[in-house]
Write a protein that binds this ligand. Structure first.
Ligand code: RB5
Length: 141
């Protein structure tokens, strides 16, 4: 599976940790940046990561910033993107099962790397349930 990943400077270390874990698990990872801890603007990377999904190159996207908020808010403004925040293990599964999320966001300043890594894997291995949830997701669009 091909997965896009992006972050600003405040999510850079977490992005690298998640990326390395995914590569070790055999995922094909497209890193849209940022590529250093130098100051960077999260909307740039939210949009670049979303584009990888919208153009069909990647199935899912993972975003990191300081809180997970700014980068997810930006992603959710883009038509066709549904980005949940992975603040809990069960929620990381439910955003796939119920919301058919195609991106998940994490906050480096508020989440332990091991928690975000585990939640990224939960997210990527959980299927959308469809049914009544498909009707609701359709209503979003
Ligand atoms: C950057 O300092 C920080 O504002 C950003 O990473 C993010 O947390 C915004 O929502």
């Amino acid at each position: 599976m091909k997965v896009a990943i992006g972050s600003d400077h405040a999510g850079f270390n977490l992005k690298e940790a998640i990326k390395n874990d995914l590569i070790a698990r055999g995922y094909d990872v497209v890193d849209v940046g940022t590529h250093s801890p130098e100051r960077a603007d999260y909307p740039v990377y939210a949009k670049a990561c979303a584009q990888e999904i919208l153009n069909g190159n990647c199935e899912f996207g993972i975003l990191c910033c300081g809180t997970g908020e700014g980068i997810s808010i930006t992603a959710n403004k883009i038509k066709g993107i549904r980005c949940g925040i992975g603040y809990d293990d069960e929620v990381s599964a439910l955003t796939r099962k119920h919301n058919n999320a195609n991106m998940i966001a994490f906050g480096e300043r508020f989440m332990k790397p091991e928690d975000a890594i585990r939640r990224a894997n939960i997210f990527l291995t959980t299927d959308f349930e469809g049914g009544r949830h498909a009707d609701r997701v359709g209503m979003m669009e």
